[in-house]
Design a protein around this ligand. Structure first.
Ligand code: C2E
Ligand code: CA
Ligand code: CA
Length: 812
């Protein structure tokens, strides 16, 4: 009764509530139902009271409600469940709470309350969605928010704030003091003051500070905060955001660092875009090149090129950049003012994360200074400070490095060792300064006489050395040697003073005088001392044989020049005998030189020299003229002999030779068919086509032609056939042993047979003995020239010889 009274006191209120409320006794019989619940079941409250669920609901549902009641009653539990039910065809969410009702400590009834929370649920879901969206946004933006309730001093952090501090959400007891704990010690005052000041000033604040994450990492955050105040103006709440700016900060710091480095670097840096247009340069680059950013911006680095490198070089650079991403090397560029500089350059291609080329960076290290330093050191080690010539060390190195090449090519090398004759005197009387200047002038004068490839060095003092390479014949270096000696026949002028000093030069030759540098330098030095001893001012070879050769050569050259005008040449004639007719049918004119002092000089000695100097042209014509004159007289006397003259290759190469000799034929009145020209086989074989052309011309003019020294020049039958020659003259070397040497005999026999088959005549020269003659006869060679019959003799003697000739040789 008591209970009921209590309940009914509140009945009115309960009836007005939206919630469905009921009370059941411990036997699950309804003792109360409010209006809402009754309405829901389509009844009046009075129709429910006294009934149980089995009376009101289908059996299954009723049983379930009964079970719930039992739980509440027996285990004194509260049931609070949400469940979905279908009303009509709509889904609704229902929340049900069942609680025990106690009276004097005993459970006497169950109160149930349930209501439709469908709309609430929807709102909740919306909010949740919003909430999670916000969180996501915060997380994406690295922004968290916090609220500080200043009344309760409770702090709320959004999940993102936790994340920023490196904490697990909600793990951390959020208070303002706890927050301060996570601020970088150095920034605590800043943050604290910002907050306190802003609170006092009643305006928000904005501060950037460092934090220490739970794992000790340092981060950067940007905080903003606003305050809320109550009606009395007391602060009640602070609301703030925390923005994690660590990443930006790092990038910013890196950029700052990079730009500081960029500007402070000693190396010049140039950055272009992917199209190689210049974007930026640093101070160092400006210093190195002289260009400012305005000068180069938007232009291409090619504008810096010096013109020293060819396209192949630049192509190799770009090939490397494209294939390897970078290139490193030395390059010569040009400064703004035109000056060149040597730089150690690195060019790097920069790609972004997607692998797309974005920039090129070139780092220039001006090494001109370093180069100069290196050069200086190199110069000190290898060059003479006074004359800038290579020094002793470099000279030796050069020699040694060229040695193997010389050995391979088989060519000679010459070392010229020069010592100034009067240097000591100049130095002692005029002082070292003049002495130095003198040496510089000497170096200049000598250098001017040398070729680029000759190595000219100063060994020290007044000693100079020259290395001449690629020497075919020692004779070849005589001209330059003489030029050097002759240069110092005129004085060297220093400060209006005329300083006379000849040179003494010693020459050694590789490999003739030695195979090593030491041996050759010593030999050249020795030769130089011989010059000094024999009166200075001149040159000498180390090997006496060379000196002789050179002396003779120089003598011949000098004396040949005047031999014709001095009438020193004369001719001798050697008869040509026909064994079959036992008669002299011709003669060979051979030149002799009667040099006043040196006596008779044989042609073997001077023809070669005259060929080299070109004097042979004049000499050859002199011989022809003299021979024609002598022969013409013989002809006039009734001795119709053929005269043979030797024609040098140099003469045949001379354009005017054919005309000149024809003129002589006319002038002397000799019958041309009695003139034979002997031309050596080797000359013809040197250039067959050219020789053939000239021989044809001579042949057409009416000259007889003969191949001299046959067997030494590798003739082939096919050429022989084409040549307009009448006679083949077998070389003396085959005749020499023809009676003893079977091989020689076979060769001569072959030549004779071959000549026959071609319709050519054969003559054997150098026949000295009866045995020679007999053998040649057996081989059917009937024309003979040689000492056996006569040595070459003067024309008067020759005239007597033919008059007395009986067809027999001397031993006959
Ligand atoms: P070559 O044309 O082969 O002349 C023949 C040489 O053999 C001559 O020497 C002659 O004296 C020598 N001789 C002849 N019979 C004998 C012999 O039985 N035994 C030996 N041992 N020698 C013999 P030579 O006069 O000293 O002439 C030498 C070379 O000089 C000639 O060789 C010729 O190539 C050249 N030469 C001579 N005179 C002239 C000339 O007027 N013009 C040109 N271009 N060359 C000439
Ligand atoms: Ca001859
Ligand atoms: Ca000959």
């Amino acid at each position: 009764m008591h209970l009921k009274q209590e309940l009914f006191n509140g009945e009115l209120i309960l009836d007005s509530l939206e919630q469905n409320i009921f009370v059941k006794d411990v036997n699950s019989v309804y003792i109360f139902a409010n209006n809402t619940y009754a309405k829901l079941l389509g009844k009046k409250p009075s129709q429910i009271v006294g009934k149980n669920d089995l009376d009101l609901f289908p059996k299954e549902i009723a049983q379930k409600y009964r079970d719930d009641d039992t739980i509440v009653i027996q285990s004194a539990q509260v049931i609070d469940i949400e469940e979905d039910i279908i009303v009509g065809n709509k889904k609704r969410v229902i929340r049900t709470i069942k609680k025990p009702i106690y009276s004097n400590g005993e459970i006497v009834a169950v109160v149930g309350i349930f209501w439709d929370i469908t709309n609430e649920k929807l709102e909740e879901k919306k909010y949740e969605k919003l909430q999670s969206g916000l969180m996501q946004a915060q997380s994406l933006a690295n922004i968290g928010h916090w609220e500080l309730d200043l009344v309760t001093n409770s702090l709320y952090w959004s999940d993102e704030v936790y994340r920023i501090f490196g904490l697990k959400p909600q793990e951390f007891g959020a208070t303002y003091e706890a927050f301060l704990k996570h601020i970088h010690p150095d920034d605590i005052d800043l943050v604290n003051n910002s907050y306190m000041n802003s609170l006092e000033a009643r305006i928000g604040y904005h501060v950037e500070h460092r934090i220490v994450r739970e794992n000790g990492e340092i981060g950067y955050v940007e905080e903003t905060c606003e305050h809320e105040f109550d009606a009395d103006g007391n602060p009640v709440r602070s609301i703030g955001t925390v923005h994690d700016i660590t990443k930006q900060k790092v990038v910013q710091n890196e950029l700052l660092l990079a730009s500081t480095v960029f500007e402070k670097m000693n190396d010049g840096v140039l950055i272009t875009d992917s199209q190689q247009r210049i974007l930026a340069i640093n101070k160092a680059f400006n210093k190195i090149s002289g260009y400012t950013l305005e000068d180069v911006k938007g232009k291409r680095p090619a504008m810096l090129s010096s013109g020293w490198h060819d396209n192949i070089f630049y192509k190799s650079v770009w090939d490397a950049i494209i294939s390897k991403g970078q290139w490193r090397g030395e390059i010569i560029d040009r400064k703004k003012d035109g000056e060149l500089y040597t730089a150690e350059l690195s060019i790097i291609a920069l790609y972004n994360d997607d692998g797309i080329l974005t920039n090129y960076i070139s780092i220039t290290n001006d090494i001109s200074a370093k180069k100069q330093q290196e050069k200086l050191i190199h110069n000190l080690a290898y060059y003479d400070y006074l004359t800038d010539l290579p020094n002793r060390v470099l000279f030796e190195e050069r020699f040694v490095s060229r040695l193997s090449a010389a050995k391979r090519s088989g060519k000679k090398m010459a070392i010229l060792f020069i010592d100034m004759d009067n240097f000591k005197n100049i130095n002692d009387t005029l002082g070292h300064l003049v002495g130095d200047k003198f040496l510089i002038e000497v170096a200049k004068s000598i250098k001017a006489l040398l070729r680029e490839q000759d190595t000219f060095s100063r060994l020290g003092g007044d000693e100079f050395t020259i290395l001449i390479e690629d020497v075919d014949s020692i004779i070849d270096i005589v001209p330059v040697v003489k030029r050097i000696v002759n240069t110092f026949h005129t004085p060297v002028e220093i400060e209006d003073k005329k300083l006379y000093s000849g040179v003494s030069m010693g020459i050694s030759v590789f490999p003739d005088d030695g195979e090593t540098y030491e041996a050759l330098i010593k030999a050249a030095d020795t030769a130089m001392y011989h010059v000094k001893e024999s009166g200075k001012n001149g040159y000498q070879f180390f090997a006496q044989s060379m000196n002789d050769k050179i002396t003779e050569r120089v003598f011949l050259e000098n004396n040949l020049r005047n031999a014709i005008s001095k009438d020193e040449f004369f001719l001798v004639y050697q008869p040509k005998v026909n064994l079959e007719t036992r008669s002299v049918y011709g003669m060979e004119a051979l030149i002799r030189w009667n040099h006043g002092e040196s006596g008779l000089i044989r042609p073997d000695k001077f023809i070669h020299v005259s060929e080299e100097t070109g004097q042979i042209l004049e000499i050859g014509l002199w011989v022809a003229k003299q021979a024609f004159i002598d022969t013409k007289i013989l002809h006039d006397e009734g001795n119709m002999l053929t005269v043979s003259i030797n024609v040098s290759s140099k003469q045949l190469e001379d354009e005017s030779f054919v005309d000149d000799i024809c003129t002589l034929v006319q002038d002397t009145g000799i019958e041309i068919s009695y003139v034979e020209l002997e031309i050596t086989e080797s000359h013809i074989m040197n250039n067959v086509d050219k020789a053939l052309a000239i021989l044809n011309r001579l042949h057409k003019k009416g000259f007889k032609l003969s191949i001299d020294d046959f067997g030494t020049g590798y003739s082939s039958l096919s050429y022989l056939k084409k040549l307009p020659v009448q006679t083949i003259k077998i070389d003396r070397s085959f005749v020499l042993d023809i009676d003893k040497d079977e091989d020689d005999r076979v060769i001569v026999a072959t030549v004779i047979a071959m000549a026959r088959s071609l319709g050519k005549d054969v003559i054997a020269e150098g026949s000295e003995t009866k045995e020679h003659i007999d053998t040649l006869k057996l081989l059917h060679c009937h024309k003979i020239q040689g000492y056996y019959f006569s040595k070459p003799i003067k024309i008067d003697a020759f005239r007597e010889f033919i008059r007395d000739f009986k067809g027999e040789g001397k031993s006959a």
